[in-house]
Design a protein around this ligand. Sequence first.
Ligand SMILES: Nc1ncnc2c1ncn2[C@@H]1O[C@H](COP(=O)(O)OP(=O)(O)OP(=O)(O)O)[C@@H](O)[C@H]1O
Ligand SMILES: [Mg+2]
Length: 339
Amino acid sequence: MSANVYGIDLGTCNLKIFCKGTGNVINEKNTIAIVNKNQLYAFGDDAYAMYEKAPDSIQVSFPVVNGVIADYNNMQMMIGELLEKYAKSHIKGAEFIVAVPTDITEVEKKAFFDLFYKSRFKPRSVLLCEKPIADAVGLDLDVNSPTGFMIVNIGADTTEISVISLGGLVLSDLLHFGGKRIDESIINYLKRNFSLVIGQKTAMHLKETLGCAIAQEEETAETIVGRDVVSGLPIEMQINSSIVYEAIKDPLNTICNSIKIILEKTPPELARDIIHSGIYITGGSSKIKRLDELFTEITNIRVNTCEYPEESAVRGLDKIVSDEKYRRLAFSMKTRIYK
Ligand SMILES: Nc1ncnc2c1ncn2[C@@H]1O[C@H](COP(=O)(O)OP(=O)(O)OP(=O)(O)O)[C@@H](O)[C@H]1O
Ligand SMILES: [Mg+2]
């Protein structure tokens, strides 16, 4: 097995790359900063640091929206820079394996393929793999067995709920709903109830530090800075965890309801397997505290969490290209005929 193999998961919020040569996972914000219409100013975490802070002359944007490539040229520029930054001399003639959401159009899938196939790196091969399958392999599940597994990946812009068996997808639903929507709920809640306007980064910080899916008796608090709608001036305010709980409970219930709908559609023999093995949750937003307990409360099914939820797909891609028994799970856009 050659060392210049790269597993890539282009998320809405984070771009994850697995480099076979080094065995490292790179995780940078999927953000690009442009000046003069098309000149690269910064990318990755550096560009994200400029988000909501840049003057009009610098455009900071996210090239992936709702799980698909929305800005092809910027995405290509950014992935090229990132690969060069980390991989240095080994990219020419490399093999790429890219995770793609399931419930997207063929044209959208082709964009993921072309991004590498038509890149200046002249790849040896470009393979695609459905994200839920990559997640399952990354979670060490025996995907080739005739056993049903339910995987729920809650990312930044998307939540993908899938039932897989025998290395294929039996049911799958891609919701345009994830961590960003939860951040927006916090922003709206504080504006409505406290006349406080906060930025997306502050909302995300509140969610990650205070957010909990179940009402807690013990309160924690954070002091944040926002703008008072009435006076128009910046103010400091202490936000308690119960406030964040109230703000995020509705979007979390939406995810619960979608899981229930997929469970209702699951064939009974596979449902039996899922009850036996539990639901697997992954993706960065699965780190919301006690989310597993909330899902169990609603579905009556045990929920399994994992250690590196943002990276499960990219770690799965590595196993898929390295292990012969999983390799058939990847496909090339050149050989596969689409429905
Ligand atoms: N501790 C935490 N608590 C709650 N949410 C978190 C935590 N850590 C990260 N997140 C959220 O996880 C999301 C990013 O996760 P991930 O990297 O899986 O998304 P993505 O792959 O970029 O998005 P998508 O899969 O929707 O395209 C962000 O919305 C972030 O706020
Ligand atoms: Mg993701």
